[in-house]
Ligand binder design. Structure first.
Ligand SMILES: [Zn+2]
Length: 352
């Protein structure tokens, strides 16, 4: 016990606390968690936009930046921008680089979490196998953890909003579609990090639609933001991406509303099988498209409650993400904080 406390004190992760409660016996020393001891840098890189944040060890965001940034520019230009922005945020917080304890990065494609590299991402030319942790780590001198964007959003939402929930599914409906799984309060990544990739589940009724992954009939090819935008363009509307779909929905465009609701139904019918299989307590829907109001959630609810087994839906909640576009950076920071405060990491720092 005292070795552990020494290790934590040595790293300034805890501080002796003023408020000691008299115990009647030997005077007790109290300690409190020193959340300002270190800075965590987080980057949530999407297909077309990015959010960067600096936070403390309690996950509170101290400074952040959002920007339109295309991931298909390739890894070096993208990560150079991330690096410059990290430095700007540190300057804004008035903290030196030596206070940074780690970096968390989310990428919009399949990621091998152990090595921190993207694996054959369909829309990220140049990123396949690129050593993100090595590249950033060399320049910042701290550990860099990488995961896919949906997993970090799931971690963020669970940690900040639903820490008491044992089994949770987080579904991101953005340009693409994916989901993250919390099982027994821990993120379940699967054998190689591919767990939850529901965007490429095959929907038999839409066999003719080509998906960016190379196959046909994927869920994302019919219900993702890019797919809905393409359908609206076909109808002669000026729409570039999922965010334009949201804008049209908010303006009351009836075709946009109908498409978003139908998209919700397609997502819901895929989720109905997952609910039967996994029996979550809560489904949280996030991503750009959830900004389209209740239309998406209504479609999801209709199919999940209509098609899942009664026992699985008895106490099942379906809600919109509360963190919204901050879920990613929050989760990227949490991923790092959980590693830094892990008992094994603390012990290791003490013995070396
Ligand atoms: Zn696909």
């Amino acid at each position: 016990m005292s070795q552990r406390i020494d290790a934590l004190l040595h790293q300034r992760l805890i501080l002796p606390s003023e408020d000691t409660t008299p115990s009647g016996g030997r005077p007790a020393t109290a300690f409190s968690f020193h959340r300002e001891a270190r800075i965590v840098l987080a980057a949530d890189l999407g297909v077309t936009h990015a959010r960067i944040a600096a936070s403390d060890l309690g996950g509170a965001v101290l400074a952040e930046r959002a920007a339109d940034l295309r991931i298909d520019r390739g890894p070096v230009p993208t990560l150079s921008w991330v690096l410059d922005t990290f430095r700007e945020l540190l300057a804004e917080c008035g903290r030196p680089l030596s206070d940074v304890c780690g970096v968390g990065v989310g990428l919009p494609g399949p990621v091998d979490h152990a090595s921190g590299t993207a694996v054959s991402p369909p829309i990220m030319p140049g990123w396949d196998g690129f050593p993100v942790p090595g590249w950033l780590g060399e320049r910042l001198g701290v550990p860099v953890l990488v995961d896919n964007d949906v997993n970090i959003m799931t971690l963020g939402e669970h940690w900040a909003v639903h820490p008491e929930v044992e089994h949770l599914i987080f579904v991101k409906v953005g340009t693409g579609i994916g989901c993250g799984i919390i099982a027994g309060r821990r993120l379940h990544r699967g054998a190689r990090g591919a767990a939850g990739d529901i965007g490429h589940i095959r929907i038999p009724t839409i066999d003719q639609v080509q998906c960016r992954c190379g196959y046909v009939g994927c869920l994302e090819a019919v219900a993702g933001g890019a797919a809905l935008a393409a359908r609206l363009r076909d109808a002669g509307l000026d729409v570039a991406d999922g965010r334009d779909v949201v804008r049209l929905t908010k303006e009351g465009n009836s075709l946009a509303i109908r498409l978003v609701r139908q998209g919700g139904r397609e997502v819901g019918s895929a989720l109905a099988s997952i609910v039967n299989f996994f029996n979550p307590t809560l489904i949280v829907i996030g991503g750009d498209l959830v900004e389209a109001g209740d239309h998406l959630l209504a479609g999801v609810r209709e199919m999940v409650y209509g098609r899942s087994l009664p026992l699985a839906t008895q106490s099942l909640g379906i809600r919109a993400s509360e963190l919204g576009d901050r879920a990613g950076v929050t989760g990227a920071a949490v991923m790092v904080i959980e590693r830094i405060l892990d008992p094994e990491t603390v012990d290791r720092s003490f013995t070396t």
